[in-house]
Design a protein around this ligand. Structure first.
Ligand code: C2E
Ligand code: CA
Ligand code: CA
Ligand code: CA
Length: 276
């Protein structure tokens, strides 16, 4: 491999070209993904300690794309493309509807109540009729708003603070709860969050992963839990991968736990088996 300036430049632009080409290709296939039924939903359990027992209290809905042409593509790759192209509206509405249908079926089959948590990207929130879409899905499926939570990253709060407050309050009025996702990775401070109607705070898994390594992160996580409780929010730790992390979090009054140590995300059927 050449290391001269010119050589580097050629290598770099070729690489970028390949990337742009791949993205275009992905976009093209993504447009067909819904009608070809290539998207499916996984569910990852979230637990709480209640009376010394660990109980399932909710499930995060995570989309998967099994592309005929590209194979399995992770949401980290295709959600940004769906966002940039606007495809996220159609895909996102399908995700909410499908999850609520599934949730209503589980209720009808007599499984105990738990919450479904759905990730909502900023562009979905800016949909002019988003509230109508939510209302329509809830009434069509019969899924109770009280058992639905929407996970939102702080991007939208920074982009358009006034609109964010407006739309989040509208969502709350439907009886749906709200979580701030990936907390700690962006710019928002806890004091900033008190201006919004969040019920839950999800500590990003990067902080959970660092619990065993870096003592300063322990303090950060414990301060975060205390302050969130002070603001009347419950705390979810995501990315719990070890028993030590779980113990530490439980000892410091974290409310809910999610991660590979407990369960990986799974399709509806194995999740249902877990509910039994
Ligand atoms: P996220 O909302 O932070 O979701 C949590 C991610 O952490 C998921 O990755 C989950 O599989 C992974 N995870 C859970 N437990 C562990 C663990 O113990 N260790 C590690 N290393 N990872 C763990 P996934 O499913 O690949 O999703 C990635 C991101 O894609 C999500 O991050 C979310 O931002 C986005 N995403 C996924 N599904 C949807 C969706 O339906 N709609 C939208 N808008 N975004 C979605
Ligand atoms: Ca999430
Ligand atoms: Ca997260
Ligand atoms: Ca994340």
């Amino acid at each position: 491999r050449e290391i001269g300036n010119q050589g580097y430049f050629e290598y770099y632009s070729e690489e970028m070209g390949r990337n742009a080409g791949y993205k275009l290709e992905m976009e093209q296939y993504l447009r067909k993904a819904l009608e070809n039924e290539e998207l499916l939903l996984n569910y990852q359990p979230v637990y709480a300690y209640q009376d010394g027992e660990i109980n399932l209290v909710s499930a995060e809905v995570l989309v998967r794309w099994n592309s005929k042409e590209l194979g399995c593509v992770g949401p980290d790759k295709f959600i940004p493309i769906a966002e940039n192209t606007g495809l996220i509206i159609e895909i996102g509405n399908w995700i909410i509807r499908t999850a609520c249908q599934q949730g209503a079926e589980w209720i009808a089959n007599g499984y105990r109540a738990f919450r479904l948590a759905i990730n909502i990207s900023p562009r979905q929130l800016r949909q002019y009729d988003f509230i109508n879409v939510l209302q329509g899905i809830l009434s069509d499926t019969g899924y109770p708003a009280e058992q639905l939570c929407l996970e939102i990253t702080e991007g939208i709060l920074i982009e358009d603070d006034q609109y964010a407050r407006y739309i989040l309050n509208q969502i709350k009025e439907l009886g749906i709860s709200l979580a701030i996702d990936d907390f700690g990775t962006g710019y928002s401070s806890l004091s900033y969050l008190k201006h919004y109607p969040f019920d839950l705070l999800k500590i990003d898994r990067a902080f959970v992963a660092d619990l065993d390594i870096d003592k300063s992160h322990n303090q950060l996580v414990t301060a975060c839990i205390l302050m969130a409780h002070g603001l009347n929010m419950k705390v979810v730790a995501e990315g719990v991968e070890t028993a030590d992390q779980l113990t530490f979090l439980a000892d410091h009054s974290c409310d809910y736990y999610q991660g590979y140590y407990l369960n990986r995300p799974m399709p509806a059927q194995p999740f249902e088996a877990l509910l039994k």
